[in-house]
Design a protein around this ligand. Structure first.
Ligand SMILES: NC(=O)c1ccc[n+]([C@@H]2O[C@H](COP(=O)([O-])OP(=O)(O)OC[C@H]3O[C@@H](n4cnc5c(N)ncnc54)[C@H](OP(=O)(O)O)[C@@H]3O)[C@@H](O)[C@H]2O)c1
Length: 250
């Protein structure tokens, strides 16, 4: 079947695409900058902020495109996408979301929840899979500052999951019939987010310290409350195992 994967060149998307190809499906990657490729997939111009034109004969859509720092675009994008999917009679819309976003004040999470509601009310058969933070999110925080230190709030528990395991689940779900809410997917252990960023830096040879960022208010309280955790753990790769796989890259 033909599967349209928005954000198919992102962290999760570039793992989902080969899995779908390996299982014999035709994949069209939605991206802002389409290029020729040699793996058998094709690319199709996709922009969250514009009305969506789905590739012909799309049977399922896996929606992974996201713009966390301009997340109003995620809401605009999902509105366009459900219209396109309903018009084209798409049989399955898969949306990947985040564990613990209900009643969370963090703006990105409020918008992810808004996107979930739009998917649920779209009339298109849907599956929503919520996952915890990927191991690789520590790299994003570790590398985002061009300063000799990293600032991050202390006391945030998180349950990092391997993006490959999430990709396995997404690729399986995408070619099955719609399930509604799938079981949440989390990693095998609960760690301290700030300490894990520090561990990533050490493992990749950086001496940058991670300093506690003083933050107050309901958003940090929500992050510290443990609501990003799930009892549904994958049993898969631990954070230390993931660190071993990335530590050779620097
Ligand atoms: N990372 C995590 O820890 C985590 C945890 C749980 C759930 N999730 C969810 O999983 C999904 C995938 O996350 P990810 O970490 O793979 O994201 P990512 O690496 O940031 O990739 C997102 C992709 O979205 C596309 N994109 C960004 N802005 C766009 C725009 N304005 N229009 C069209 N496309 C745009 C980009 O593709 P192009 O540059 O090719 O256009 C990018 O590759 C998201 O829904 C995220 O919320 C992530």
């Amino acid at each position: 079947m033909r599967v349209f994967v928005t954000g198919g060149k992102g962290d999760l998307g570039r793992r989902v695409v080969p899995r779908l190809l390996m299982s014999g499906h035709e994949v069209v990657v939605g991206t802002r900058s389409p290029q020729p490729r040699s793996d058998g997939a094709t690319e199709h111009r996709y922009q969250l902020s514009e009305p969506t034109e789905l590739p012909e004969r799309t049977a399922a859509v896996v929606h992974l495109a996201t713009d966390p720092f301009r997340s109003k675009r995620d809401l605009i994008g999902i509105k366009h996408l459900v219209v396109a999917a309903a018009t084209a009679g798409v049989g399955h819309l898969v949306y990947v979301s985040i564990v613990g976003i209900d009643d969370h004040p963090y703006p990105y999470y409020r918008r992810k929840l808004g996107c979930e509601l739009i998917v649920e009310r779209s009339g298109v058969p849907w599956t929503i899979l919520r996952a915890t933070q990927f191991h690789s999110l520590t790299r994003i925080f570790a590398e985002q500052f061009r300063l000799p230190f990293v600032l991050f709030p202390s006391g945030i528990p998180f349950q990092p999951v391997d993006a490959d395991e999430v990709a396995d689940r997404v690729a399986e779900i995408a070619v099955q019939s719609a399930k509604g809410r799938a079981s949440d997917l989390g990693g095998p252990e609960v760690l301290d987010f700030k300490e894990s960023i520090q561990a990533f830096l050490r493992a990749t040879g950086s001496r940058k310290p991670v300093w506690s960022m003083p933050v107050f208010g309901k958003t940090i309280k929500a992050f510290r409350s443990g609501r990003l955790l799930t009892p549904n753990e994958s049993g898969g790769r631990t954070f230390d195992q993931w660190l071993l796989s990335v530590s050779g890259r620097n």
